[in-house]
Design a protein around this ligand. Structure first.
Ligand code: AOF
Ligand code: ZN
Length: 341
């Protein structure tokens, strides 16, 4: 049976409920239960790893027999595995739900397959309703799942001649206020900001995301990689999120640790050594170069060694966006992959 108008409206509502949940190791999922007449009898959403899934949350508000004959409308295919919680497909079957409408297939090798299990129990299942909208809600979760690590953006600001600082190391305000505001907006859209100890010591950055003087509601977690001590007086210790420290050169290990904490997007803010290490390890999914019309000369380059010894080994990028920010130009580029994307 085709998806009804009431089910379509319920999916729109389930998508609103989904984003009440936190970003994290688990996807944001919403669920609505409809009576046979098409009225909403319960709503639920997932509040993060270790808590009830959206379907179970919605069922929990009802008396034991109240969901009999109901239709469950869910933004993700009900899961089929016992993880931190039990399988939602089974919970729906046991509650006597007659029909399930969901948006997006669960890509998990273990958690997927819930639709088949529901059908095998005689439940009508409709997949794909508003799948594009549901995919947008969990886009970063899907990307991190596919990569097996967070999505990585490497950002730097440079003079027109490719320098990150003057010869004495001073580097504040190479770019103008519009470029800096753009950086803060992008920080607020990330889950973590990563710097090396060199930058943490030289610049004493706060690594907060600010709109003028006001903190954005979402603050990325500050992360410092390197072995040198960060003094107790450093601005980083006053960040609203606790500081994470990694004393290692193994960037893949750092990213796996961050992924396990539910971090889906990281913003690498420098300095040149750390940015170069991510590029050398082929761990940059996106490069942001803020280019200011200023010349610095000298030897403080925006990047150092990225493992390119000869022109044949040059790392080719494809520019996907050019943005004028006052006098500065932001180039957003992606690595050219084997498939040519
Ligand atoms: C659902 N409904 O609301 C969510 C689902 O460790 P667990 O038990 O929390 O399982 C996590 C996995 O379950 C997660 O990776 C994803 O595949 C699925 N998420 N499934 O039926 C939900 N959040
Ligand atoms: Zn589930």
């Amino acid at each position: 049976m085709a998806v009804t108008e009431a089910e379509r409206r319920a999916m729109t509502r389930a998508l609103e409920l989904a984003v009440r949940g936190p970003r994290g190791a688990n996807p944001q999922v919403g669920a609505v239960l409809l009576s046979p007449a098409g009225d909403i009898i319960s709503e639920g959403w997932h509040r993060g790893a270790g808590t009830a899934h959206a379907e179970v949350d919605a069922l929990s508000h009802l008396a034991p027999d109240q969901a009999r004959g109901a239709t469950a409308v869910v933004t993700l295919e009900p899961c089929n595995h016992t993880g931190r919680t039990g399988p939602c497909a089974l919970a729906l079957i046991e509650a006597g739900v007659r029909r399930v409408v969901y948006a997006l297939d669960d890509p998990g090798a273990v958690s997927g397959g819930g639709a088949e299990r529901l059908r095998a129990a005689g439940i009508e299942v409709e997949a794909g309703e508003q799948a594009d909208a549901a995919r947008t809600v969990v886009a970063d979760w899907l990307t991190a799942g596919r990569l097996g690590r967070p999505h990585v953006t490497v950002k730097w600001a440079q003079s027109l001649d490719g320098r990150a600082a003057a010869d004495d190391g001073t580097s504040q305000w190479i770019t103008g206020p519009e470029a800096r505001a753009d950086v803060h907006r992008r920080r607020a859209a990330s889950d973590a900001i990563v710097v090396g100890t060199g930058t943490a010591l030289a610049d004493d950055p706060s690594l907060t995301a600010r709109d003028g003087d006001v903190l954005y509601a979402h603050q990325p977690i500050p992360v410092v990689i390197g072995s040198r001590e960060i003094p107790a007086t450093a601005a980083l210790h006053r960040h609203p999120q606790g500081l994470l420290r990694f004393d290692t050169h193994d960037l893949r290990a750092v990213l796996s640790d961050l992924h396990a904490r539910g971090i889906q997007r990281v913003f690498i803010e420098g300095g040149p050594t750390l940015a170069s290490a991510f590029l050398a390890a082929d761990l940059a999914d996106e490069v942001l170069a803020y280019i200011a019309p200023v010349l610095l000369g000298g030897g403080r380059l925006a990047l150092t060694d990225i493992g390119v010894g000869s022109i044949g080994e040059a790392r080719r990028l494809r520019v996907v966006e050019r943005v004028w920010l006052g006098e500065d130009l932001l180039l957003i580029a992606h690595p050219v992959t084997e498939e040519g994307s």
